[in-house]
Design a protein around this ligand. Structure first.
Ligand code: GDD
Ligand code: MN
Length: 360
């Protein structure tokens, strides 16, 4: 039988929540032709096994197990793209969202809305489940910024609980940033036209099993998503991250240079040490942040580091060569230096993206 609704559930280490989730959907969606797709990123706790165990006795349960990748947004995208139903819903796999709201969302869509959002910030909604006052402050700050970007049409743009027509999702899929947690915001901002949005209040429940995966890196990715959208995709997000890491590397270089000189090391050697320390630090930061989704691990790290140092050394030669040439042609030293640095960072970015962190 064809499904009307596919419920996509991103999950990482949610084994204990899988069976309760299926039971809750079964109760909430009586009378609707639904299926559920758990998208698991190879959780060590065996989340995928648990989902498959249930699938054996219930053909409405499906599981996508992704290997070598992590990320809530990209998991949601893959789950939604696996659907052939008329509508796709996204709900967290930890029972914090209120699945009994799903039929109301479906009604809103069948009544002509393009997107139905489970909202903690409209009358009747509630955010009590956020784990700490700090999380709540941060959440409110994020909402304020996101509202500016979306033109304030959504009261809870950070919600991870929503439903939309599958064909709409398909049409936006190619424009999504796909990084981090904020897939809803990503969708709203990706739409070239203003979407007809309905917000359905719900109470965010506290987590009972497992733990939250929202950490500092996820928040940084959120900041990145906002910058990316604010620039409207004119500059690749990765380049911004790479350039910021590079700027940080300059500070490390200077700090090490000064430290070495203060203990009597000569300038040439001190600068060489500073440069290498900065390259290694930049490699590590880019591996953790810029290329988080294709992070090099194990023995591949050493090969990557070696290549990175080679690439950056060539970048430094290009930088110095261009700066010297411009300076010789009467450019001011600041202009010459800046042009050299700009060529260097573009070179480092372009070459390391293809050689060091080749996407698989
Ligand atoms: N596949 C996959 N891969 N799933 C993930 C990953 C990942 O890397 N990281 C998190 N998840 C799953 C979790 O297992 C959970 O089912 C869901 O995504 C939400 O993650 P939590 O770690 O529980 O996030 P939270 O409770 O702090 O925040 C959530 O709720 C907020 C309020 O609706 C997120 O959905 C936020 O986006 C949302 O604003
Ligand atoms: Mn949660």
């Amino acid at each position: 039988m064809r499904s009307t609704l596919t419920v996509v559930v991103p999950c990482y280490n949610e084994r204990a929540n899988i069976a309760p989730m299926v039971a809750a959907l079964q109760a909430a969606l009586a009378g609707i032709a639904w299926e559920v797709v758990f998208v698991d990123d190879n959780s060590p706790d065996g989340t995928a096994d648990e989902a498959r165990r249930l699938a054996q006795s219930d053909s409405r349960v499906r599981c996508i197990r992704r290997v070598g990748r992590r990320g809530l947004s990209s998991a949601v995208i893959e789950g939604a793209l696996s659907s052939s139903a008329d509508y796709v819903a996204v709900i967290d796999g930890d029972m914090q969202h209120d699945e009994t709201r799903l039929p109301l969302m479906l009604e809103a869509l069948q009544g002509g809305a393009a997107l139905a959002i489970g909202s903690r910030h409209v009358a009747g909604g509630d955010n009590a489940g956020l784990s700490s006052p700090f999380r709540e402050k941060l959440s409110n700050l994020g909402i304020a910024v996101a509202k500016k970007l979306t033109g304030a049409e959504v009261n809870d743009p950070m919600s991870g609980f929503f439903m939309l027509r599958r064909d709409l999702f398909e049409s936006l899929a190619g424009r999504l940033n796909g990084q981090g947690f904020k897939i809803l915001l990503d969708l709203v901002l990706a739409s070239p036209t203003r979407l007809k949005i309905v917000e359905i209040p719900y109470k965010f429940r506290p987590r009972t099993a497992g733990e939250s995966k929202l950490d500092a890196l996820v928040m940084l990715q959120f900041a990145g998503l906002l910058v990316d959208k604010a620039l409207r995709g004119t500059v690749p997000l990765r380049f911004i991250s790479f350039a910021l890491v590079g700027a940080f590397g300059v500070l490390i270089n200077i700090a090490v240079l000064e430290a070495a000189r203060s203990v009597g090391v000569g300038f040439g050697l001190a600068q060489t040490i500073g440069t290498f320390v900065a390259m290694i630090a930049n490699f590590e930061l880019n591996n953790q942040l810029t290329y988080r989704t294709q992070r090099l691990k194990g023995p591949k790290i050493w090969r990557g580091l070696l290549l990175f140092v080679l690439v950056c050394s060539l970048g430094a030669i290009a930088n110095i060569g261009i700066a010297n040439a411009l300076y010789a042609q009467d450019a001011s030293s600041i202009m010459a230096g800046a042009a050299g640095a700009a060529v260097g960072v573009v070179w480092n970015y372009a070459v390391s993206a293809t050689l060091v962190w080749r996407s698989r």
